[in-house]
Design a protein around this ligand. Structure first.
Ligand SMILES: Nc1nc2c(ncn2[C@@H]2O[C@H](COP(=O)(O)O)[C@@H](O)[C@H]2O)c(=O)[nH]1
Ligand SMILES: [Mg+2]
Length: 605
């Protein structure tokens, strides 16, 4: 098959635009300024940028006073054994990242860096390990990167969609929104749900909804809402934090300034979504990152040793990213490039490709994983960014030899754009999808389809986990207290019910009746106190994790909806991709035992 002339066998257009990974865009009418048009349609990476990358290399992201498990390889989570973590100082691994295969490897693993296992996975059965790039290998700094997205979006709303210019004065609190929230587009609400999809925390803009309001809106319907698209939007990637915040700000603004924003809540959401989407496609974000990756992406010296270790263990490695080649090359150079801590800049090169067997850019996940996806696979010439049509990965020689690409197909790593999972399996000679482990940050984009439909094994990267487990450890006594208070509350309630029954139906003597009534009053007042203490303690605990949304993986004492998704779709989960290098590449990750409520008392858990 050959592409008609003037079709994809051409220079790679829109170098920084990426296929929208998960968002279905409504048609929208931005009036592009001429400059944005130029950026959108042409390569954004000027040669000046291509030749320059700032210096890198710092210590590994090890924060002092981390928690450790006290065992070597059989750590909590991976094997389901809870070993008491101990506090130790974390040495600065700096230039010599600590990996399992190093002489000091196989040592204590910080609890915040452990790999937790939902579904047993024997790495011996894995022949290829794949990685997503953005927010998986590349950890963006939300304070700078998401602020950039926020500011770019505001500008587009004001200049292209005629939102009031006051918006330009607004500021972004990057810590306010968290993953796992759900936006109710029609009502302008932001919700946090438990695993049964019961709304537990609800805000209208930034105003907390009263319990009555919450129940009236979400709790007393005849049929249960699915809380899915198109009426709801899931904040399931860190890329969405800015848009969720701006949505809340605009809801507040509209309510407090009637007439200033004519769009209804749903329209506001659509406009924000479209503007964010454009920021990802027109160079607003990627040009800035390309100029100064260190400002927007965390340096991590342990990525290269991890990739080397996996390769040395005999496994293939691959990268599947929705970013396009030119941007991928910049980010991967930054993450895997030479240690240039003391020099001001370094040129991009393709050395990082040595750590991969196949790189697929512009993959359009999650569509990439669909059976019915018939997307063509193009080979990318790394130097020029030009695309060559392929027949299932085999390069197709162009008819017009003057258009021949300088492809060096002998290189150990080949770079592609587009295609589907079938192409990848063929390129890597994968016989069974269960031989593939894929590491990503996005439940829907990376994990859900690949595991549920395809049968790949999956690892979800949840950077928030490191802080969450550290806090859990700190608050373990409070948690025990809460459990005791709950037990006491339940016990008193049972007693009250029993007493009430006795007073009503038992043939009790009048004196006795008085006594029982007095006792009932005492119990009721005790119950009130316990209930109040429990609520206060619960609220305090919640606020320790996040002042508004509480713990990422819990709502009250139930798992959050986000936790439920992690549990169902991710075989493994961990705070950082490089935590893989703290374990043997042949590690057998085993789950702990499942417990049903009826087993808990019997087994005295
Ligand atoms: N067009 C849009 N692109 C987006 C949006 N949010 C994120 N992104 C881009 O997707 C890739 C993610 O890459 P991966 O390595 O995680 O697969 C990256 O290029 C982001 O800029 C969006 O809303 N619209
Ligand atoms: Mg990603």
């Amino acid at each position: 098959m050959r592409i008609p002339k003037g079709h994809p066998f051409s220079i790679c257009v829109s170098l920084f635009s990426s296929p929208n990974p998960n968002h279905i865009l409504e048609p929208f009418s931005f009036s592009f300024s001429s400059s944005s048009r130029i950026l959108f349609n042409s390569g954004i990476l000027s040669s000046a940028l291509l030749g320059q990358l700032p210096s890198r290399r710092k210590a590994n992201n090890c924060k002092g006073n981390n928690l450790h498990s006290s065992n070597t390889m059989d750590v909590m989570g991976a094997d389901g054994k809870t070993l008491p973590p101990e506090r130790t100082d974390c040495s600065d691994r700096g230039q010599n990242p600590y990996i399992w295969s190093s002489p000091e490897g196989g040592q204590k693993i910080d609890i915040g860096k452990q790999i937790f296992c939902n579904r047993s996975l024997n790495m011996k059965n894995i022949v290829a390990v794949g990685f997503d790039m953005d927010y998986t290998l590349a950890q963006y700094k939300p304070e700078t990167f998401e602020s950039l997205a926020y500011e770019g979006t505001v500008r587009k709303l004001v200049y292209d969609l005629q939102y009031p210019s006051e918006l330009l004065e607004w500021t972004f609190d990057w810590k306010y929104m968290v993953r796992g929230l759900v936006l109710d587009k029609k009502r302008g609400n932001i919700l946090k749900m438990d695993r049964h999809k019961y709304v537990k925390v609800a805000y209208h803009g930034f105003r907390e909804m009263s319990k009555e309001d919450k129940v009236a809106t979400y709790g007393s319907t005849l049929t249960r809402d699915s809380f899915d698209e198109p009426d709801y939007a899931l904040i399931d990637t860190l890329f969405s934090l800015a848009e969720a915040y701006l949505f809340a700000q605009l809801i507040d603004f509209k309510d407090n300034n009637p007439g200033k924003v004519s769009a209804d809540y749903s329209r506001i959401y659509k406009d924000v979504r479209a503007a964010v989407d454009l920021c990802h496609r027109d160079g607003t974000l990627k040009q800035m990152v390309a100029k100064d990756p260190g400002r927007y992406i965390n340096e991590d010296t342990s990525i290269v040793p991890m990739l080397e270790m996996i390769k040395e263990s005999g496994r293939a490695t691959f990268l599947v990213t929705n970013s396009l080649w030119d941007y991928t090359n910049i980010v991967m150079n930054f993450l895997c490039g030479p240690n240039t801590m003391n020099s001001c800049c370094s040129a991009t090169n393709f050395d990082w490709l040595q750590y991969f067997d196949v790189v697929i850019t512009g993959s359009a996940k999650p569509g990439f994983f669909h059976d019915e996806n018939r997307a063509n696979l193009f080979e990318v010439d790394p130097e020029s960014g030009m695309l060559l049509n392929t027949d299932n990965g085999t390069p197709m020689p162009p008819v017009d030899t003057s258009l021949r690409l300088p492809l060096n197909i002998d290189k150990s790593c080949r770079v592609f754009q587009g295609g589907n999972v079938g192409h990848l399996h063929k390129l890597l000679s994968i016989e069974s999808s269960s031989q593939v482990l894929y590491v990503g940050d996005h439940i829907y984009g990376d994990i859900l389809r690949s595991k549920k439909v395809l049968g790949w094994r999956t690892m979800l990267v949840v950077p928030e986990l490191e802080r969450e487990v550290a806090l859990l450890w700190e608050l373990r006594d409070t948690r025990k207290q809460l459990q005791l208070l709950r037990n006491e509350r339940d016990h008193i309630e049972d007693k009250i019910h029993h007493l009430k029954w006795s007073i009503r139906f038992d043939d009790v003597h009048a004196d006795n009746d008085e006594e029982l009534t007095a006792e009932l009053d005492k119990l009721k007042s005790r119950s009130e106190k316990v209930r109040f203490n429990h609520q206060q303690a619960q609220r305090e605990c919640h606020r320790m994790f996040h002042k508004v949304w509480g713990q990422l993986l819990k709502t009250g004492y139930q798992n959050s909806r986000f936790a439920h998704q992690v549990e169902r779709f991710a075989c493994l989960y961990t705070s950082q991709v490089t935590n893989l290098s703290l374990y043997s590449p042949d590690k057998y990750y085993r789950t702990g035992e499942d417990f049903m409520p009826h087993e808990i008392d019997i087994l005295a858990l």
